[in-house]
Ligand binder design. Structure first.
Ligand SMILES: [Zn+2]
Length: 322
């Protein structure tokens, strides 16, 4: 018997180049060539980080960069959504003054419902990001404050708006933005030259949610993965290309289902059809099996994403790629 084919991301072991990009006197982006990004907002009296990195050990590098530009306490941690690869680094910020971990109520509910399974599954999927997994304390990252719809956090006189603009990457997606400066931190709702992970998404809602995001006409945007976008034109392009990818995946899968094809056939056809257009994006091979499986579920009547477990990950991977 041959060994099962590894997850695409398990073969990805090379370190990424980190960029710490200044977007304004108040906003920075910590990005790493397609690895999960962290946003930083510096107010008059405190700092907010948006998404924490996969482990406290990885968060230490974010903190090191923040300390090069401000000594202020990092009082607020915002979770754009519940995925482990962005939230399990949270404990590192407690030593830097963190008082609140803020998330939407929908994100909180997802942590209750599937946080443990997601943690086990993501640790299995991303060995490089979780190589310091022993630095993650036991248990999950729990929000200390939740909101429904929108809220403002005041860093003295600087207002940070947190808002749910619709379901997309998950049902809990939250954007954080500085309205006057037209700067947005979009989480995984938008990716730039990186493949959108859609295993927990709402395919039929996501494009409409992106239309709402586009209507803000932000000048600068930090995507979930990929470089910070420093102009309105590149921001618009990243939103449009993410939207095109999500629509393309769903259209292909939906028509395969309508033709009575099975998941395996649909997957192979989708990969062949989409690789020329998107195959050069980071984590394309990693995301496609999850994305097509979720699209198939949604097209066959599963309105809500099914929970991924470490076991379901392996079973799916062997069915489609084994
Ligand atoms: Zn995510």
């Amino acid at each position: 018997m041959t060994a099962p084919k590894k997850f695409a991301s398990q073969a990805d072991l090379e370190d990424k180049q980190v960029s710490f990009t200044r977007l304004s006197a108040n906003a920075y982006a910590y990005t790493a060539e397609g690895d999960p990004n962290t946003g930083i907002i510096i107010g008059d009296d405190a700092v907010m980080v948006i998404d924490t990195q996969a482990t406290p050990a990885m968060a230490q590098d974010v903190i090191r960069r923040i300390r090069e530009v401000t000594p202020l306490p990092i009082k607020y941690v915002v979770l754009s959504h519940y995925h482990a690869v962005r939230v399990l680094g949270a404990s590192a910020y407690f030593k830097e003054g963190a008082e609140q971990i803020i998330a939407s109520r929908d994100t909180y509910d997802l942590i209750v419902e599937r946080g443990e399974q997601d943690k086990a599954s993501e640790i299995g999927r991303f060995p490089r990001l979780f190589r310091n997994v022993e630095s993650v304390p036991p248990g999950l990252t729990w929000p200390t404050m939740t909101f429904e719809g929108e809220m403002s956090v005041w860093l003295s006189k600087l207002e940070v708006k947190l808002k749910q603009i619709g379901r997309g990457h998950t049902k809990g997606d939250t954007i954080a933005y500085l309205e006057d400066q037209k700067i947005c931190f979009a989480g995984d709702l938008v990716e730039y030259q990186s493949t959108a992970y859609a295993g927990d998404c709402y395919f039929r809602d996501w494009p409409t949610t992106l239309d709402r995001l586009d209507a803000f006409k932000f000048d600068k945007l930090v995507p979930g993965r990929g470089a910070a976008l420093e102009t309105a034109a590149t921001t618009g392009k990243a939103i449009a290309s993410t939207r095109a990818f999500i629509s393309d995946v769903y259209t292909l899968v939906h028509s395969g289902v309508a033709d009575g094809k099975n998941l395996n056939t649909i997957y192979k056809e989708a990969i062949a059809a989409l690789r020329p257009k998107y195959g050069h994006w980071v984590i394309f091979d990693h995301c496609m099996p999850f994305d097509v499986t979720r699209a198939y579920d949604e097209a066959t009547g599963h309105m809500h994403p099914r929970i991924w477990t470490a076991e379901r990950d392996i079973e799916m991977w062997q069915t489609l790629e084994g």
